[in-house]
Write a protein that binds this ligand. Structure first.
Ligand code: AMP
Length: 212
């Protein structure tokens, strides 16, 4: 099964993807995480991606698509995957469709988590990530037991550079799923829209119901 999670930055894609990966056993593929890993490792790809990420802009399609296609060509992705943060536009969606068609597969579900802008701005400002295991927390919605410390592994929590308010506004403007992308999945009959204002557990339950 191949699933795409769609939604604006801050809709909860990352958190929900981690939960769904656990409950379904599907491989979680996040292009944002892949870029952040490359930045942390100081690779050429990471250096290039960082110049876009720090401003809240999208990394060019050519670079992003190449990285994603390499990832899904690996054996561990042959049975299925859940894409979080990819595709961000129709060009990326078509590249993914073509790659899956080559494996006799297709996107089975596109799950769109919708959240209004004002709420996204509050959410992105309160987000914390574990430096060691990548677990996501939120000051208000999903706080760690002890401030600054990961519940899972005891790692240090940090805030993303691109979660700063000035950058957040640009990310929302540039990175909301475009209408054409949503239509792409609606036309192929795989789209389910989910109200992202519900509690984390209710959103997880709705996502699980949609793919069952
Ligand atoms: P995310 O963790 O999904 O919010 O991604 C963090 C940053 O990585 C984004 O702000 C973009 O700069 C970049 N990025 C992630 N996924 C993509 C994508 N599919 N296309 C272009 N840029 C991306």
């Amino acid at each position: 099964m191949f699933i795409v999670l769609l939604g604006p930055p801050g809709a909860g894609k990352g958190t929900q993807a981690q939960r769904l990966a656990e409950s379904t056993g599907l491989l979680h593929i996040s292009t944002g995480d892949m870029f952040r890993e490359n930045v942390a490792a100081g690779t050429e790809l990471g250096k290039l991606a960082k110049t876009y990420m720090d401003r809240g802009d999208l990394v060019p399609d050519e670079v992003t698509i190449k990285m994603l296609l390499e990832r899904i060509s690996r054996p561990e992705a042959s049975a299925g995957a859940m894409f979080d943060g990819f595709p961000r536009n129709v060009v990326q969606a078509e590249a993914l469709d073509a790659a899956l068609a080559g494996k006799d597969a297709k996107i089975d579900h596109a799950l769109l988590i919708s959240v209004p802008d004002e709420e996204l701005i509050t959410r992105l400002g309160g987000r914390w990530i574990c430096r060691k295991c990548g677990r996501l927390f939120h000051e208000r919605n999903d706080p760690p037991k002890q401030a600054g410390v990961c519940d899972e592994c005891g790692g240090e929590l940090y805030q993303r550079e691109d979660d700063r308010p000035e950058v957040v506004r640009n990310r929302l403007e540039k990175q909301k799923p475009p209408a054409a992308l949503i239509d792409h999945f609606r036309t192929s009959g795989v789209l389910t829209e989910i109200d992202g204002l519900q509690s984390l557990d209710a959103v997880t339950a709705a996502l699980e119901a949609a793919i069952r």
